[in-house]
Design a protein around this ligand. Structure first.
Ligand code: FE
Ligand code: FE
Ligand code: ZN
Length: 262
């Protein structure tokens, strides 16, 4: 599996991948042999959690039933495929309510998840914390909580915190990481936090922009990442880089983050 070899080459202990074209919906045919190879080699390669990311183009809370149905078909297919690599993580953007209002968006996303999640699946699904661009749902912890509250199979559902997104959403992880995590805990519960997207941001706190920057080169800065990778509530979670980089850049950032970790 090419992704496994790349991850090993840059000394990663985990990686994220898109289940299909991130800006479309088409996926390659399944390669069962490749899946088996990955499952048998991952341990020796030191790859722990792997995280599959749904395409950006899905909108589970669109006003258009056809768009919602497309998202449903894609995610049902993703869930089936991921069973080839048992115990994977899966993350998706909750969606944009496009004028229907937050409440309606929350309702549609929960309804959607109630169709996706199955008690027999081994994949753990996560809502991503969003920057709050346009009419995105999920930029406030309360919105994610409201979705979780309406989902039946809560044990299959958690949250992936994106450091760029939460800052863009107005949570000051640079000035008060402890306070933000306390708030997360009281609203959602830190037990549901299962992965971190570790990205710097090109824009200031509360900008609602969602433009990622390389680690230490954005408005969050190195000190923030030092606090993030060492915080007792976060340090044992899998971290995934989504910075604007190619493989050599990621290798450097992984090495850098390891030097920050005490
Ligand atoms: Fe994402
Ligand atoms: Fe992200
Ligand atoms: Zn983003």
């Amino acid at each position: 599996m090419a992704m496994l070899a790349d991850a090993v080459a840059i000394k990663a202990s985990t990686f994220q991948f898109f289940t299909r074209n991130p800006r479309g919906g088409s996926a390659k045919a399944r390669d069962l042999e490749d899946e088996r190879k990955f499952v048998s080699e991952r341990e020796g390669a030191g790859i722990e959690a792997i995280l599959a990311h749904a395409p950006y183009t899905l909108n589970p809370c669109s006003a258009d039933p056809g768009v919602r149905d497309f998202a449903l078909r894609v995610m049902v297919d993703d869930m089936e495929r991921l069973e080839g690599v048992p115990g994977s993580l899966y993350v998706f953007h909750p969606g944009s309510h496009v004028g229907q209002g937050i409440e309606k968006g929350i309702e549609l996303i929960a309804e959607f998840l109630n169709k996706i999640l199955k008690s027999e699946q081994s994949t753990f699904v996560m809502l991503e914390t969003m920057a709050g661009k346009g009419s995105e749902v999920g930029s406030r912890f309360e919105e994610l909580r409201a979705i979780i509250d309406r989902v039946s199979l809560k044990e299959k559902l958690g949250v992936c915190l994106d450091t760029c997104h939460v800052s863009d959403a107005g949570y000051d992880i640079t000035g008060d990481l402890e306070g933000v995590l306390k708030h997360f805990d009281s609203v959602i519960g830190l037990g549901r936090l299962r992965a971190i997207h570790i990205n710097d941001s090109k824009n200031p706190l509360g900008s609602h922009k969602d433009r990622h920057a390389p680690i230490g080169e954005g408005t969050l800065g190195m000190k923030t990442f030092e606090s993030v990778v060492n915080h007792p509530a976060l340090r044992d979670l899998p971290f995934f880089l989504e910075t604007p980089n190619e493989l050599p850049g990621y290798a450097k950032e992984i090495a850098l983050l390891r030097t920050l970790a005490k």
